[in-house]
Design a protein around this ligand. Structure first.
Ligand code: ADP
Ligand code: MG
Length: 348
């Protein structure tokens, strides 16, 4: 997974700004009918006809949001697109275009940027989004990436954070916590490597966790799945910061409380095994670990039969009246107050 860096180092100063932009962007194709004009003019031109447009932006700073010591640039490019596509999916919309802005210091050779853009290209093909523009500039230090994603949806399909009601069921897609534990494994290997650079890490027992950290996927499939099941969520959010903090957002914006159950949290067996090895509580990781890019949503209680047994969807609890508060019921049947700590708190 952690491929060798290309030995060739072409200075980006050699190409100049326009040469660099041309070189990096010439691979991008236009596939969406809503893209009238992509890269190459002062602005892109889009036409969403009778659909609504949804827009979301993220900014990623080296040393704050990613560490190039264990994040290969190709994966970083892919993940940066995923994080934005995921936000569009969380509105129950279809992602259609992205813009990509980067600031780089001259420490990065052309080959490094080619790797980054190879990841961006791969993700844009996988999620069928057109890269329609961006900006390229220099930075004093480090790499900064900002991606803006656009998407389309008919007005009635859009799902906000604010629509949950008491008694609605709280549902999560896929499994949670793995991306955070993948990061812990990579951090540990980085430290081992710093002590002894000849030490080749054996990561076989951690492949799923590392993949969830380095190559997460956005749940573009869920909109279609829910349509097929004839379920429209009442509220929805993507899990980037951790389950508990995302639940808090839904509760706050919908003016409800919630009860979730420890025994219902969907955990991968590899996550449970590695939490034991690291002596970390897997429930804490599942609740506070971030970057899973799964979706968290609520549905009306009457819709339960439609989603029951679907392997992609797990009911983890339900919404209650705001005055009843937000709680986690443990396996020992203890009711503890849910706190939003976010994934950063775990690193302390
Ligand atoms: P401007 O002077 O209008 O900012 P630029 O010369 O920066 O234009 O960019 C030329 C074209 O290349 C524009 O269409 C812009 O959106 C696109 N572009 C520049 N940088 C990037 C990038 N990193 N990724 C994708 N498109 C880019
Ligand atoms: Mg520009």
């Amino acid at each position: 997974m952690l491929e060798e860096k290309s030995p060739q180092r072409t200075s980006i100063a050699q190409l100049g700004e326009f040469g660099l932009i041309d070189h990096l962007t010439k691979v991008f194709e236009i596939n969406q009918s809503s893209t009238i004009k992509g890269i190459g003019d002062d602005a892109a031109v889009l036409d969403f006809k009778d659909k609504k447009t949804v827009v979301s932006t993220d900014l990623l700073i080296e040393g704050v949001h990613f560490d190039l010591a264990y994040m290969p640039l190709k994966h970083l490019g892919y993940k940066a697109v995923v994080a934005n596509v995921s936000d569009i999916c969380a509105m129950n919309a279809t992602p259609t275009q992205i813009t990509v802005s980067i600031a780089v210091s001259n420490r990065f050779p052309l080959e490094a940027l080619e790797e980054l853009f190879a990841g961006i290209t791969l993700a844009s093909k996988h999620y069928n989004v057109d890269v329609i523009g961006g900006d390229t500039t220099s930075s004093q230090k480090g790499l900064i990436i900002s991606i803006t994603a656009l998407g389309e949806a008919i007005a009635e399909d859009i799902v906000y954070r604010s629509g949950a009601a008491a008694n609605d069921l709280l549902v999560v897609t896929g499994d949670i916590g793995a991306a955070y534990m993948g990061l812990q494994v990579l951090e540990r290997e980085k430290q081992v490597f710093q002590v002894n650079p000849n030490n080749q890490p054996d990561l076989d027992n951690y492949t799923y966790l590392i993949e969830r950290q380095l190559k997460p996927e956005a749940r573009k499939d869920i909109k279609e799945l829910l349509e097929k099941l004839e379920v429209k969520p009442t509220s929805m959010i993507d899990i980037s910061d951790g389950l508990s903090s995302e639940i808090m957002h839904l509760c706050k914006q919908s003016n409800v409380g919630c009860t979730i159950y420890e025994e219902k949290l969907p955990l991968d067996p590899q996550l449970i095994a590695v939490c034991e090895e690291f002596n970390i509580d897997s429930t804490t990781v599942a609740i506070n670990g971030g970057e899973d890019y799964e979706l968290l949503f609520t549905i009306a209680l009457e819709d339960y039969d439609k989603i029951k047994g679907n392997p992609n969807l797990t009911v983890i609890g339900h919404m209650v009246k705001e005055s009843e508060g937000k709680h986690l019921v443990t396996r020992a049947n203890q009711k503890i107050e849910l706190k939003a700590r976010g994934w950063n708190a775990l690193a302390e």
